[in-house]
Design a protein around this ligand. Structure first.
Ligand code: ASP
Length: 441
């Protein structure tokens, strides 16, 4: 029997009603053995996440203001869950310890981490699972980076002893024993770490959407859910801003080739999205897997006759950017021109400097910088060797009179990146989506 690791996000554990759904999901399969829990999230749009309430307590304590009222609200969130679940259980002693620690200026990460700590205690009690504190199994190095070797050995050994356990997400310990958190949303990372430590068959990441969508739903009407995506494609869409979970959560499981399944706690019957290594993929069902993009790019275009014969030309240009600390995104080139696409924010106060240095170092004929570029990535392993993909994109955009300012296709043929005017951004996404996805009835 393979082992499944499940991570439940804040909205999945925001109330007693949500706890009931979570328990039903876990208990429906005996291989669902290790559960990573977030702190209670928002119950509705006007609500406050417990993690934010705890950061607020920390801020008050550091200004030497009383925390009683602010901490009472945290206690009330947990007590209402305990009460409504009808549990014979009290966290009063834990509250007293935490309150005392906050007033004695405990570190910010310790205070924030108590959200997952307390929620996991309740969930463990409710499920009748063992509570395994992340403090004893997730470790950071002296420099604050994640200590993978120590963690996998310790956590693997701890969990091996438990048939069923709940581990709080978001935090671990420093070498001196103090608590440190991952960045916000970091319970996703803990889930991936637990999956890796127990060599799970699958990492189920339970949230409040039925998977990753093929396009941004704020722009494209009712986009379809992606059934299966490879880690590589996910990385490309995530780079353009499309995310369903913390980006760093991918690395631990990707290395071990463990698939991730994004699922919806409020619609457990939906299959969600499977994120898999390409070798485990069942093969693409459609030519494109997804389309995503971002505004806010500029192009630096350099022209010089006979550029193509000049050895080291691009190195000189890139050197200028490197010395000014500007990283570049893409570099499409022509015969006597090269364009470098950079984030507009990264060069906003350096434009004149960049131009002057490029002229000085390369004797270019002209250097121009244009803002207002949006980049769009059309991603899909189904595009490899599929004929007519680029043609389909270009004719659809041509029909809509959308001008393409830049094209970049990686030689792996798994993505095509287009640059368009920012004003055309939303329309371009919709047109490309429609060109590949037949309308649902
Ligand atoms: N509770 C933490 C946060 O709000 C971590 C998490 O939910 O993943 O960022």
């Amino acid at each position: 029997m393979g082992t499944k690791v499940l991570k439940f996000g804040g909205s999945s554990l925001a109330s007693a009603q949500q706890f009931r759904k979570v328990a039903e999901i876990i208990k429906s399969q005996p291989e669902r053995r290790y559960v990573v829990a977030s702190a209670p999230g928002k119950r509705d749009s006007g609500d406050t996440k417990v993690t934010d309430m705890l950061y607020n307590c920390f801020r008050l304590a550091s200004k030497k203001e009383p925390i009683d009222e602010a901490f009472r609200l945290v206690e009330e969130r947990y007590n209402s869950i305990i009460r409504e679940l009808g549990l014979d259980f009290s966290l009063e002693e834990e509250y007293a310890k935490i309150r005392m620690a906050i007033s004695h200026h405990a570190g910010e990460d310790y205070v924030a981490s108590r959200g997952e700590y307390l929620n996991s205690m309740i969930l463990a009690k409710y499920l009748d699972f063992t509570f395994v504190d992340a403090e004893n199994g997730v470790f950071f190095k002296e420099d604050g980076t994640f200590d993978d070797k120590k963690t996998y050995a310790a956590l693997g050994a701890l969990l091996e002893k438990e048939a069923y356990a709940v581990v709080p997400g978001f935090y671990g310990s420093m070498p001196n024993g103090t608590i440190k958190t991952f960045s916000r949303g970091g319970s996703d990372i803990t889930g991936a770490i637990v999956a890796r430590a127990v060599n799970a068959e699958i990492y189920e990441n339970w949230t409040d959407v039925s998977g990753m969508l093929m396009a941004d739903p704020r722009i494209v009407k009712n986009p379809r859910v992606i059934e299966e995506i490879t880690y590589r494609e996910l990385r490309e869409l995530a780079y353009m801003g499309a995310t369903v979970m913390h980006e760093e959560a991918v690395f631990p499981v990707k290395e071990a080739r463990i698939p991730i399944n994004i699922r919806n706690t409020n619609a457990p019957e939906d299959a969600g999205t499977m994120i898999v290594p390409s070798s485990l993929s069942a093969g693409p069902k459609s030519v494109i897997t997804g389309v995503a993009g971002r505004k806010g790019f500029s192009s630096i275009t350099i022209e010089k006759s006979k550029m193509n014969t000049e050895v080291g030309f691009c190195r000189k240009v890139l050197n200028v950017l490197e010395r000014l600390g500007v990283s570049f995104e893409h570099m499409p080139s022509g015969i006597d021109t090269v364009s470098i696409i950079v984030s507009s924010a990264a060069i906003s106060d350096k434009k004149e400097d960049i131009k002057a240095r490029i002229f000085r170092d390369t004797y270019a004929d002209s250097v121009t910088i244009d803002d207002g570029l949006a980049l769009i990535a059309v991603v899909g392993r189904g595009m490899v060797r599929a004929k007519g993909t680029a043609g389909k994109i270009f004719s659809a955009l041509g029909q809509e009179e959308i001008n393409i300012r830049m094209i970049d296709q990686g030689s792996g043929e798994k993505n095509i990146i287009l640059g368009v005017e920012e004003a055309d951004y939303e329309r371009t996404l919709q047109v490309i989506y429609n060109a590949f996805v037949p309308e649902d009835n």
